[in-house]
Ligand binder design. Structure first.
Ligand code: GLN
Length: 341
C-alpha cells in the first residue's frame, strides 16, 4: 500500500514536472517548423518588392547590389534558420552603434552613459545637428550619430588605435567570428564626413565629447564600415536576446544588465524618427543601418536580421522592416501581445 502510494506520488510528481517544463518550454521555444514557415512566407512575399533606394550620401553605398536579400533567425539555444543570400557582405553602418554602446556601458556603467551621452530619443534624423543644438548636447542617445560619436570617444583605450581595436573585438565577439573593415566604404565616408565632424565639434563645444573630436569621428566612421552578412547580424541580435552570451559560441560578451539598458534605447531610438511606428507594429527593440542591415531582438527567444540595401526616407531597409514585421506577426512574438488568463 505504502509502495503504491509512493509510486502514485512519484508519478504525479513526474507528470507535474513534465507539464511544468512543457509549459515553460512552450513559452521559450518556438517550434522549428513554424519558424521555417514564417521565414519562408516572408521571404517569398517580399522578395520582388522594389520600393526604396540605396543610400548614396556615402558614395560607395550607391553601388552596392540592391538585390542582396538575406534573412536569418537565430534562437537563444543557438539554432540558425536562413533564407536567401546570407553570405554577401555589407557595411554594418548604424547597427554598430548598439555594440559600441553596450561596450561603453560595460566599461563605464549605465549611469555614465545616461549622464555623459543621454538615453532619450531625439525624434529626429540620425545625423541631426538641430537635435544636438536644441538641448546643448544633452538628451541624445548612443544610437544616433551624435551619441554614437560620443560613445566612440568614451571607449577605453590610450589612443585611437586601441579604441578601434576594442570596438572591432566586441563586434567580432557578438558575431562569433573575426570581422573586418570594408576599406572602400570607410575611405568613401571618411573623405566626406564633414557633417559628422561638425556634430563632434558641436558636442565638444558643449563639453560632451570625451576624446579628440576628429579622431572620435574617425573611429566611428571605421566602426560603421565593419563588414557583416545577415547571419552575422542575426547572431549579434541573438546574443542580445540571450542576455549577452553568444548562443552559438557560448562566450559571455556583456552582462544581462548591459543588454537590458541597450535594448531599451533600441526600442525608443533604433529606427531613428520612425522608431515609434516600428515599435507600435512589432514591439521589438531593433536597429537599422544605411548599409541595408536591420536586426531585431525578441528577448529570451531569438534574434532576427535582414540585409536588403534599398532604404525608406528615414534610412531604414524597406524589405527588412516588412520581413521582420511579418515574422513577428506570424510567430505571435510581440512581447506586448498577451492573452488574458
Ligand atoms: N556612417 C553613417 C553615418 O554616419 C551611418 C548612418 C546610419 O546607418 N544611419 O551617416
Amino acid at each position: 500500500m505504502k509502495q503504491i502510494c509512493f509510486r502514485k506520488q512519484t508519478a504525479i510528481a513526474v507528470m507535474f514536472s513534465v507539464l511544468c517544463s512543457t509549459t515553460c518550454i512552450g513559452q521559450l521555444t518556438l517550434p522549428p517548423a513554424e519558424i521555417e514557415k514564417a521565414l519562408d512566407e516572408a521571404y517569398n512575399k517580399f522578395k520582388d518588392l522594389k520600393e526604396g533606394k540605396n543610400a548614396d550620401y556615402i558614395k560607395e553605398l550607391a553601388s552596392v547590389d540592391p538585390n542582396i536579400f538575406g534573412v536569418v533567425l537565430v534562437t537563444t539555444d543557438g539554432k540558425v534558420y536562413t533564407k536567401g543570400d546570407i553570405t554577401s557582405m555589407v557595411s554594418i553602418q548604424s547597427v554598430s552603434k548598439v555594440f559600441t554602446m553596450a561596450k561603453v556601458i560595460e566599461e563605464q556603467g549605465a549611469k555614465a552613459v545616461e549622464d555623459k551621452i543621454g538615453v532619450d530619443a531625439t525624434g529626429m534624423r540620425f545625423n541631426s545637428i538641430v537635435a544636438v543644438e536644441l538641448q546643448k548636447g544633452k538628451e541624445i542617445n548612443p544610437l544616433v550619430n551624435p551619441g554614437a560619436i560620443a560613445a566612440s570617444s568614451l571607449i577605453n583605450g590610450a589612443d585611437s588605435a586601441a579604441k578601434m581595436k576594442s570596438i572591432m573585438q566586441v563586434h567580432s565577439d557578438f558575431a562569433g567570428r573575426p570581422l573586418s573593415l570594408n576599406w572602400p566604404v570607410y575611405v568613401s565616408e571618411a573623405g566626406d564626413n564633414l557633417r559628422n565632424q561638425a556634430i563632434a565639434h558641436l558636442l565638444l563645444a558643449y563639453g560632451r565629447m570625451y576624446f579628440d573630436p576628429v579622431q572620435s569621428t574617425d573611429i566611428y566612421t571605421k566602426q560603421c564600415a565593419i563588414n557583416v552578412n545577415a547571419k552575422d547580424l542575426a547572431i549579434m541580435a541573438a546574443t542580445l536576446a540571450n542576455g549577452g552570451v553568444n548562443p552559438v559560441t557560448k562566450k559571455k560578451i556583456v552582462t544581462p544588465e548591459t543588454v537590458m539598458h541597450t535594448l531599451s534605447v533600441m526600442a525608443t531610438a533604433g529606427l531613428y524618427d520612425n522608431s515609434g511606428i516600428w515599435l507600435y507594429n512589432s514591439g521589438l527593440p531593433a536597429k537599422s543601418g544605411v548599409g541595408g542591415g536591420l536586426l531585431a531582438v525578441c528577448p529570451g527567444k531569438f534574434g532576427i536580421a535582414v540585409v536588403s540595401p534599398p532604404l525608406d526616407a528615414a534610412g531604414n531597409s524597406v524589405k527588412a522592416q516588412k520581413v521582420i514585421g511579418y515574422v513577428v506577426d506570424k510567430l505571435h512574438v510581440n512581447p506586448y501581445l498577451v492573452q488574458p488568463k
